[in-house]
Each structure stands twice: as structure tokens, then as C-alpha cells.
Design a protein around this ligand. Sequence first.
Ligand code: ADP
Length: 504
Amino acid sequence: MESLVLDIVTPNGHHYKQPTGLFINNEFVAAASGQTITSIDPATDKPIATVHAAGAEDVDRAVHAAKVALGHASWKKLSPTDRGQMMAKLAQLIDQNKELFASIDAWDNGKPYHVALNEDLPEAITTIQYYSGWADKTFGQTISTTPDKFAYTLRQPIGVIAQIIPWNYPLSMAAWKLGPALACGNTIVLKPAEQTPLSILVLATLIKTAGFPPGVINILNGTGKDAGAALVAHPLVDKVAFTGSTATAKHIMKTAADTLKNITLETGGKSPLLVFPDADLEQAVKWAHFGIMSNQGQICTATSRVFVHRAVMDEFLARFRETVTTTSIVGDQWDENTFQGPQVTRAQYERVLQYVDIGKREGATLFMGGEKAVVADPKNRSGYFVQPTVFTDVTDEMRIAREEVFGPVVVVLPFEEEDEAVRRANDSTYGLGAAVFTRDIQRGHRVAAEIEAGMVWINSSQDCDPRVPFGGVKQSGIGRELGQAGLEAYSQVKAVHVNMGTKL
Ligand code: ADP
């Protein structure tokens, strides 16, 4: 198919021109597959733009480009300090274009523009900046063994990395993946989610401007079943780093096993939030609301099971209703009063409403919400808006208490004892995040240690920082991203034994 160029104006007035091809060897090229993806504005249900989509042949081309770049002097022999500076330059370029990025991600994903600008963009920029500093601070050890011998270790890149990312934070998920992989000297083929293919194309342009050699970062829009599956199966890919659903992660793990690829997986969750009777209820309510209702509830760490001590349940619920009513303003991406935009796709919107039906049929009480949300502006009448939804009278066995909804739907459950709360919080196949609200410092740390989760927030929810490791236990994932721990995922240790003697 011929080369496509986007020449459009975002609803908030940014005019931009951008090739939509596959980004291989620092050039935008037409997809050999002939496939395209059309991105839809979730607020209006209208198409935004059509982009090239990779098939197996395109994947093969991009992986070969990454393989050649891995051994090329322009990357392999680049000093780690220069590599870090290139990354810092990329962070600076993203910063200079932050309004454009925020506009595109808001349009494509449905998140409010002010959230994209004030939360997603700083996260993307600081993550690349943070890892730019690590580029020349990752090195091995010297290990004494016998009087005649010693060993040293080299910390080396893993090789060609396939990075498969989701649609809920399009640009910042790319930054989480690119930062540590580049700091460690790998080369990359990144596949964004087919629901949000647009902002990554602008990033590709900046990658070239920042000076990365051809083939170091290749970007392929495409579907999971075609481009994603071909990447995971490709024999020259050394590692797959994935963020998305647990079901897809299982599939990826099986396919990766054929060639024994290294993997990191960041998957789903049903994260608990525990409110003890001594908690500051105002804080607990505020964070419980943010923990499930922000980003349209489309957060893998969303605290979607709220366990409240029976003694404070009535007050918690009354305050929660008040906070949802006054804070969760549903509207389109461009209204600065909007807290909750549309769900990302029609499929996700329907899935959320299906879970509401499941909850009602299971016998839970719909405390509030549960319907399509009607937004006043006629142009948004077909948008994928749902009301923030709260269920009470929920039992631990109900599907709405066990399965990830990935929308603004929360279940509130009562408890009596600390042990019971911890046991029920841990009664999940997932283990991503968990939050504990208490003023008792001992209880806070005790519960944090007992909860089966990769991250625990004490008197907070959803804090995330590039310096702090992120990841899950149980079926919420394998491996860690962010922080120094994130470097482990993208480097491997080689031991070199040195014999300075002549005896055995
Ligand atoms: P969701 O259900 O939230 O869309 P997915 O796990 O399906 O989450 O998608 C996350 C990412 O995984 C996307 O980039 C998607 O294209 C990709 N993906 C989906 N299926 C596969 C697959 N079989 N192999 C590789 N990648 C896939």
C-alpha cells in the first residue's frame, strides 16, 4: 500500500504532519503486509486516522534491523556516557513536544487532556531521564577466588528485545520499556497496542532527531495476533517484555518457550485496598476513589476491591458516594472539568457494562452507577462513556470480586479482623498492588509485609515513580520494571575467569 501521511488538526488545535509507516532503520516504510489500523476517537466513535500495520514479513525485517544494529559500531562501541546523553536528548525532545503528545494520547485513548499533559507526559519524560543516568552506571564486579586466579563480571545487553505494550498509557508505557532497555545497550522492536497507534509515531520521529543509530529502536504498529505473535515467535528475538492482560501473557510465555526467550511480564490485577477502623477516613475515601476511578479505571494496579472495617462501613460509603458524585465528572477529553473520559474502545465499554450485569445477576447491590453515562454535548452521544459504578453486598466468590473489570467499577466488602482482611485480600490469583489505610504504624508495616503483592501503598494508592520497582507476584507478572531493579530485566552477567598462575 502507498505511504500514508497524517495531516490533521487535533480537536484542541494542534496541526501536525506525520508519516504513518512502520519505523525500521530510522525510516518510515510502507507495510509489506498491506494491512492498516484505523484509530477511533472513543468520545465520538469517529475515525481519527489510519496507519500502517505490520505482518510477519515486516516483523522479520524489523528484527533483522535490530540484530544488525546490535553489533554495529555506531551502537555497540558508543560509550555508555554518550548513550545516556542521547537518551537525555530524547527526554528533552519529548518535553518540547509535550502538548502535542498529550493531545494525541487524549484523542486516541480517551483520557482527559489535562491528565495526559500533567501525569502521563511527566512520567514518560522522567522515566527516560532517569534511565539516561543509569547508562554509564551499570558495570560488573571483580571477585577474588584463589591466590592465582580471580574473576570479573561484565554486565552486557540481552540483545534484541521485543517490547509489546498496552493502550492505557500509550506514551509512558513506551518510556518504561525503552528507558532501561536502551540504558543497558539493547536494540528494540516495539509494538504499541492497536487501539492507540498514534503518539508512538511522533516518538519515532524524535528518536531519529535524538541521534539514535538506525535499527536501534524500531517501531511497528500492528495487531497482537499478527505483529505481536510474529515478534514473540521470531528466533532472533532474545527477550520479550510485555505489559497487558494475563491471558495474553500466558500465550506469550508458551510461545517464548519454543526458543527459550527471556521474558518479563506485567499483567492484570484485582488489587485490594484495606480500610482499618483507625484510618483517616477522608484520606481513605480520597485515595480509594482515585485508585479505581482515575484513568477511567483502566489501570492494571487499580484498587478494585475495597475492604472496609464494619465499624466504619456506613460512614465510608456515605463519603465515597459524595466523592464519586462531586469528583468523577464524566465528559470528553477536552473539557478541563472532566475527571473520567470515555473507555478506550467499544469492546472495553461493552465489557464494563457486561460486568455490571454479571454483578447484578450475582445478587450484589448496585450502590451507584451501572449505566451508560450520557454526556451533554451531542457530538459525544455515541461515545463510550460509563457511569462510575460501586457495588456493595458483594461476596468474595462473585466474579465482580475476582475478575479484572478494567473499568470504573469497584466492589466494597466489609471485614471484622485484621487476619481475616489479609487472608481475603490474598485470596486472589493476582498480586499486583495493595493499599492499607491505618494510623497504626505497626499495623501498616505488618500488613504491608503480609499482603501478596508486588507493590503496597500505606495510606495512599497508585503512587508510581521511575526510581521505585514495579511489578507483580502470582499471576500479575514476572520480573520488575523501573528503578535499579528494571536494569536486571535488560542486562545479563558474563563471568570471566582469569588465571595468572601456572598451577592447576
Ligand atoms: P487488552 O486485552 O487489554 O487489549 P492484550 O493483552 O490483549 O490486552 O494487549 C496488550 C498488548 O499485547 C497489545 O499490544 C496487543 O496487541 C498485544 N497482543 C495481543 N495478543 C497478542 C499475542 N497473541 N501475541 C503477542 N502480542 C499480543
